[in-house]
Design a binder for this molecule. Structure first.
Ligand code: HEM
Length: 306
């Protein structure tokens, strides 16, 4: 929650500054995904979780094997798979996460620290530690959704600004628009495309009858382009107000990391925009192939410094 996040703000700014310095060192051209967007939120969340820096590449690879399982560039197995083989491939990735975090949990029970792994490892319900499967699930959601989504949204913002020089100039001249830029980028990319729910009661929505027990596919990406909610939904507008997007979900499972994600993005753009004189695409943008969670996987840009 925002009140607890305040204590991370300065540290996140330091990490953001070194990400910006690394980008500047590329001298005017880079792949914003590989060179900035992937590493920055990864480092922030791994520090909060308590994963040592040397293991960050492994966490990134496992995340991409999970979310990018349908993409030949990132899938663990590249050949055509039957649904059963696909399921086993995903399970193998989950098992690798489980084995890694099993060791972290054992360590944090013996040597508690001020990190999120210590909270997960030592959390108890009715006097018992969480079942291993639940614990692994918590670790996995933080170690995957805790950076991949934020990377995609950050890259989405740069993509939109690179394509819209007027929008770039507007936000640069009015830094108070940065929180709006962040929210609009999250709406624009909607990195989590869908989730499932089952109806708890008979109801009707948009003229369609939904029966209790029916499965519903919540298409956040579609909801975020709903012309009944958003004026001019296919236009990127950092000054969009209100911006009631559903990229973080809705209700009981609303994203736990939304304030962290927004803080990370805000700080990065506060550090980056004053350094840039211009920004443009420098080739084709490539999206990762996935039906659940995705975003840009290559974003070649050109930039001039102030
Ligand atoms: C722009 C970045 C992010 C987006 C778009 C995003 C999106 C989402 C969505 C759509 C859900 C499911 C909501 C639902 O079922 O109603 C979710 C849940 C969750 N997210 Fe995020 N997320 C982002 C960043 C983060 C970060 C940085 C963290 C890590 C701290 C995180 C941790 C979680 C957790 C733990 C849940 C599960 C909440 C629950 O089931 O109660 N997310 N997120």
């Amino acid at each position: 929650m925002p009140v607890n996040l305040g204590k991370f703000e300065e540290r996140v700014r330091t990490i953001a500054r070194s990400a910006v310095e690394r980008m500047m060192a590329h001298g005017g051209r880079c792949d914003f995904v590989a060179d900035v967007a992937l590493g920055y939120p990864l480092h922030v969340i791994m520090e909060i979780l308590g994963v040592p820096e040397k293991d960050e590449p492994r966490m990134l690879k496992l995340t991409q094997e999970l979310f990018g399982a349908q993409d030949p560039d990132t899938a663990r197995l590249k050949e055509a798979l039957s649904p059963e083989q696909f399921g086993s491939m995903i399970q193998a990735v989950v098992n690798d996460f489980g084995a890694y975090f099993g060791k972290i949990s054992a360590d944090r029970r013996a040597n508690p620290r001020d990190d999120l792994a210590t909270v997960i490892a030592n959390g108890k319900i009715n006097g018992d530690y969480l079942p291993e499967r639940d614990m692994t699930s918590y670790y996995i959601i933080v170690a995957t959704a805790g950076h991949d989504t934020t990377s995609s949204s950050t890259a989405g913002a740069v993509w939109a600004l690179a394509e819209n020089p007027r929008e770039f100039a507007k936000v640069k001249a009015n830094p108070e628009l940065i929180p709006g830029l962040v929210d609009e980028a999250i709406r624009w990319m909607t990195p989590v495309k869908n989730f499932m729910r089952s109806a708890t009661a008979d109801t009707e929505m948009g003229g369609r009858k939904i029966a209790k027990g029916d499965w519903l596919m919540l298409c956040y990406a579609s909801g975020n382009r709903d012309e009944e909610v958003f004026e001019d939904p296919f236009t990127f507008r950092s000054d969009r107000k209100p911006n009631r997007h559903v990229a973080f979900g809705y209700g009981a499972h609303l994203c736990l990391g939304q304030y962290l994600a927004k803080m990370e993005m805000r700080i990065l753009f506060e550090e980056l925009l004053p350094r840039l004189k211009s920004l443009a695409l420098d080739g084709d943008v490539k999206m990762s192939q996935a039906t659940f969670v995705n975003g840009p996987k290559e974003l070649p840009i050109r930039f001039e410094l102030n």
